[in-house]
Design a binder for this molecule. Structure first.
Ligand code: HEC
Length: 249
């Protein structure tokens, strides 16, 4: 029995590992996304942001347009006019117009983002989209705090602006000094105020969280009802048990 518990504990420790590793990537603390999967307006804005700024390179191959429209209560005319850029059939999945050569352009193919929120977590996505900074050594002139040597250009530069790295000097092992990057600060402000950009990215990440598990909000609500039912059922079952055993004791 003890062995089983030890094995179980060990397996949990391993499950925890990748998450910890992600949080440590790049060495910078993650920001808090503060998303709310029940906020329909935020999800609608997030869908619009995704279609306009991300769907040119990234697909959501497990999500269909019509499912999204139904879940997010987007009218059909609105869907066809403003959100469906890659097809004219609402039952198609959200594919990408990007040809296979994209790997040559970027060095890496832009990944499908259907499950990215489940793989990386919402805080990581929120941080990643805040993490671009100027770096002349990179092909697109930008790097990312949370994904060092990222192959993705800073597609939201017009909105966020461009940040620059901040360094401090630290003594190294040989008695000299080396420059260590401690964070970033705004160099050229973008069209949005920082709070506006935060909200823009929060909506986008909220939408990616929805895309990773379209049933999440319903599952959570249902879970509450099932728990309530079990509590009430327990009360009745207990009374019944008392009634049955009354004559025996
Ligand atoms: C011009 C093409 C392009 C556009 C537009 C684009 N991306 Fe990317 N994206 C990439 C490429 C290329 C990668 C692969 C980066 C890598 O692994 O180094 C990537 C990777 C990512 C990743 C994975 C990061 C990781 O940790 O592996 C996320 C998340 C992401 N993009 C989100 C977005 C979002 C959200 C948008 C819309 C605001 C967007 N991308 C728009 C090209 C693009």
């Amino acid at each position: 029995m003890l062995k089983r518990w030890v094995l179980l504990a060990a397996s949990w420790a391993f499950v925890g590992l990748p998450v910890a590793a992600v949080a440590e990537e790049g060495g910078f603390a993650l920001m808090h996304a503060g998303t709310d999967i029940d906020n329909l307006e935020s999800l609608q804005r997030g869908a619009r942001n995704f279609m306009n700024y991300c769907s040119g390179c990234h697909s959501l191959k497990y999500l269909r347009y019509n499912r999204m429209a139904e879940d997010l209560k987007i009218p059909e005319a609105e869907l066809a006019a403003n959100l469906m850029f890659t097809t004219d059939k609402a039952f198609d999945t959200i594919n990408v117009a990007m040809p296979a050569e994209s790997e040559v352009w970027f060095g890496k193919q832009p990944p499908d983002l259907s499950l990215i929120a489940r793989a990386r977590g919402t805080d990581y996505l929120y941080s990643f989209l805040h993490g671009f900074y100027a770096d002349k050594t990179r092909p697109w002139g930008v790097n990312n705090l949370y994904l060092p040597a990222a192959a993705m250009p800073h597609v939201l530069q017009a909105q966020q602006g461009l940040q620059k790295p901040v360094f401090k000097s630290e003594p190294d092992e040989k008695g000299g000094a080396r420059m260590v990057m401690t964070g970033v600060e705004m160099m050229t402000p973008g069209a949005m105020k920082p709070e506006e950009y935060d909200q823009f990215v929060r909506d986008l990440v909220n939408f990616l969280d929805y895309a990773g598990e379209p049933i999440k909000s319903r599952r959570q609500a249902l879970g509450l009802w099932v728990t309530l039912f079990l509590l009430v059922f327990f009360a009745f079952a207990y009374l019944l048990k008392k009634e049955y055993w009354k004559d025996i004791h």
